[in-house]
Every structure is written in structure tokens, then in C-alpha cells.
Design a protein around this ligand. Structure first.
Ligand SMILES: Nc1nc2c(ncn2[C@@H]2O[C@H](COP(=O)(O)OP(=O)(O)OP(=O)(O)O)[C@@H](O)[C@H]2O)c(=O)[nH]1
Ligand SMILES: [Mg+2]
Length: 381
């Protein structure tokens, strides 16, 4: 799903945290959320959860100002690790530019680790990608526990290719940012090798190294803010706003300022002031900000039909930025995945929609926004 705006030298890349159930993928993403400066990330969205378990995916947009002479937007996703959610894993993996494999270092988790790694290889292969040539970093998680295997054993069993690996304790955050920096670097290197990202321009003043530049924008010192909002719990979906409902502003990642006269949206009222906004509106171009907000408000309010309708409408409008033509032609031009689009259009004709249908609709809308952002549409002015 990588895309590049050559004029702005801006890269958008998708990184997926993969691994067996309970290995610490969601905890890792939460720690990234807590550690990265608010100005450089949007809100984290968890869709949907049951206790600790991810049922669909977690999503966190992060903006790294510069890597070399490119600015980088990262879309970080986790998959559900439980074996029976493979269809969802395949969907989330689609368009990934790199993977962090989060292994549980405990001895009793080795079978699950092996199984999950084989499953990753199989699912990538179905997308036409070979794992042994794909940007990959191994995260040996839960190193704070006592019954963990030595790293040499984990390497021997799970990392014969010798990709970069890190010992982490996601619950405390140890090693998490080093892992993220390394996968980001590998992804950019891979996109350069594929000539998707142009080679660096000679710089008149020598920039700091990649690590220094990433560190500059990923603030380790900031005390962790309140835990990120988690959308959804068993059965019902409602944003869990912390005990003190402190009003928070809209996330700032990838969101141009709204135009003075936004398109009116009749489908759903915008959320009341102080309600959290999600990553879809964070990614929306100004003209479609209100549409994205309406879709998120409907989702948060449990009105899944309205959410799907708002997403479908916003997707049609967003695709129209590609120019006149059929939806299929616009999708082709924007590199939007046709199967996702067909499924979304199919949903809008169904009478009873569930939380995962609405989540899927938001997911498709986010993908379209990411494409528009990378291409630089709609043109400013
Ligand atoms: N001790 C310790 N516990 C951890 C660590 N990372 C995660 N956990 C705990 O492990 C449990 C599962 O973590 P999650 O992050 O929800 O796991 P997950 O990989 O997202 O699981 P699925 O969503 O089911 O795939 C939680 O209770 C976490 O607090 C770690 O580094 N050390
Ligand atoms: Mg999870």
C-alpha cells in the first residue's frame, strides 16, 4: 500500500504487527501511541476487542517528519492472533510494506510462534509476496518474564534468515521504538530498491543520521498520556472515554485544515464537542472531513447502517478526485483495491449491518484517503 508523492517527497507506508494470540501486538501499538508526541500521531483505534483479544484490528497513524529527505507517514496495524481469524489477518496484511513479527518469548508459546510465522508466510504468498524477500523485523517480546527462552534459541527456531531482531517488553515499552525505527528503515530501503521511492537528493548541509532524525520526532521523554481510546467491547461498540472526560482535539496526522465551507453532511450529526475523533477523519482531505466525522460518529453511536452509508458516500466522493469516469476507472487510477470496493458497495444494499461491516467500511475509507494523500489530491487551491 506504499505510495509516494514525488513533489512533496512524501511516502506513505503500511506496517503490520503480526504474531500469535496474546504475544503483545496490541500492547506494542499502545506503547507506540503513548511514546510518540501527539503532534506526530493520530488516535489509536481498536476494532473490535473482547477483553484483551483483538477481533478485527488495531490501527495507529504515525507521522515521521523526515527519513533522509522524505517525510514518512506510517499506518500501523495489528492483526488478531487467534488462529480462527485468518480471513481478517489476510485482509489486514493486504498492501503491507513491512511486518514486525511479535513473538512470545515464553517456552510454552513456541508452537504458537512457529504456527503464526508459517501462517504469515502462507498469507503473504497468497498476496504474491515471498516472506524471505520482504521487510521483516522480529520482536522477541515479554523479556521481562522469567520463563523465557534464550534469544539464541528463538533465533534458531524463528529467524533463520537473520533479519534484525529486538528483545522487548511491550508492557514497559522496552525496545518497542527501536523495533519501529528499524522496520521503517527497512521499508524505505525496500521501496527505494523497487524504485518506488526516489534515491536521496544530495543535501547541502549534512543531515543527522536516520536514527537521530527519527528520534527527534519520537519523543521518549514525554510522560505517557491517558491510555488511548478503545472502540468496542463485546457485543456493543462505544468509545471508552477515560474516567475524566477531558475534551480532546482532533488528531493531527495527515489532515489538511478544513476548508471554510465544508460540504454539508445530512447523514449523521457530527459528534458533540469534546468527543474523540478517529483516524478516518485524521486522514480525510478537508472537503471530506465532515463525511469522515459523520461516519465515525455513527460507528461510535452503534448506528452501523449509517456508518456504512456515510463511508460509501465518502468513498464515491473521494474517488471522484481522480477525475471523471466510472468507479472502476477511478479505482484503477488510485490503486484502490477492487475487491474491497465491491464488498463495500455490496454492504450498502444489505438491510442488517454489524459492527464488523461498519469497521470494514471505515477501513476502506481510510485506505482511499491514504491513496489521495499520497498522490496529493485534491490539489490545494
Ligand atoms: N509481562 C508482559 N506481559 C505482556 C507483554 N506484552 C504484552 N503483555 C500482556 O500479554 C497480554 C496480551 O497482550 P496483547 O497485546 O493484548 O496481545 P495481542 O498479541 O494483541 O493478542 P491478540 O489480540 O489476541 O492477537 C496482555 O495481558 C498484556 O498485558 C510484555 O512484554 N510483558
Ligand atoms: Mg491484539
Amino acid at each position: 500500500m506504499s505510495s509516494v508523492n514525488l513533489m512533496a517527497r512524501e511516502v506513505a507506508a503500511k506496517i503490520v504487527f503480526y504474531g500469535p494470540g496474546l504475544s503483545g501486538k496490541t500492547t506494542t501499538l499502545r506503547k507506540v501511541y503513548e511514546t510518540v508526541r501527539p503532534a506526530h500521531r493520530g488516535e489509536m483505534m481498536s476494532i473490535a476487542t473482547e477483553g484483551d483479544r483483538t477481533l478485527f484490528f488495531d490501527f495507529l497513524p504515525v507521522k515521521v517528519e523526515r527519513v533522509g529527505d522524505c517525510s514518512v507517514r506510517l499506518a500501523l496495524y495489528t492483526v488478531p492472533g487467534q488462529v480462527f481469524y485468518n480471513a481478517t489477518r489476510k485482509l489486514v496484511l493486504q498492501g503491507a510494506d513491512g511486518v514486525v513479527f511479535v513473538a512470545d518469548s515464553q517456552e510454552e508459546a513456541m508452537d504458537a510462534n512457529r504456527e503464526s510465522l508459517a501462517n504469515l508466510e502462507e498469507n503473504l504468498f497468497e498476496h504474491g509476496i515471498r516472506l524471505d524477500r520482504f521487510p521483516l523485523v522480529m520482536q522477541w517480546n515479554k523479556r521481562d518474564l522469567e520463563n523465557v527462552l534464550p534469544v539464541d534459541v528463538l533465533r534458531h527456531e524463528l529467524n533463520p534468515r537473520g533479519v534484525p531482531d529486538f528483545e522487548t517488553a511491550a508492557s514497559s515499552g522496552r525496545g518497542v521504538l527501536d523495533t519501529l525505527k528499524t522496520i521503517t528503515r527497512l521499508v524505505i530501503k525496500d521501496l527505494r530498491a523497487k524504485r518506488i521511492v526516489p534515491p536521496p537528493r544530495p543535501m547541502p548541509t549534512a543531515p543527522a543520521g536516520l536514527e537521530a532524525q527519527l528520534t527527534q520526532h519520537l519523543n521518549r521523554q514525554t510522560p505517557p498520556p491517558a491510555p488511548p481510546p478503545v472502540m468496542a467491547a463485546t457485543g456493543s461498540v462505544a468509545p471508552m472515554i477515560g474516567p475524566t472526560p477531558v475534551p480532546r482535539v482532533a488528531p493531527v496526522v495527515a489532515m489538511p485544515p478544513p476548508r471554510p465551507e465544508p460540504v454539508p453532511v445530512p447523514a449523521a450529526a457530527p459528534p458533540p464537542a469534546g468527543k474523540l475523533l478517529g483516524p478516518t477523519s485524521a486522514l480525510a482531505p478537508g472537503d471530506l472531513f465532515d463525511h469522515a466525522r459523520a461516519a465515525e460518529a455513527a460507528f461510535a453511536g452503534g448506528d452501523y447502517s449509517t456508518c456504512v452509508t456515510a463511508c460509501t458516500d465518502a468513498v464515491r466522493r473521494a474517488m471522484a478526485f481522480a477525475g471523471e469516469g466510472t468507479l472502476a476507472q477511478q479505482a484503477f487510477l488510485l490503486h484502490v483495491h477492487g475487491a474491497d470496493l465491491l464488498r463495500l458497495m455490496g454492504l450498502s444494499t444489505q438491510p442488517h449491518l454489524r459492527v464488523d461491516d461498519a469497521a470494514f467500511a471505515l477501513y476502506v475509507l481510510m485506505q482511499v484517503f491514504v491513496r489521495l494523500n499520497a498522490i496529493g489530491l485534491p490539489n490545494a487551491g
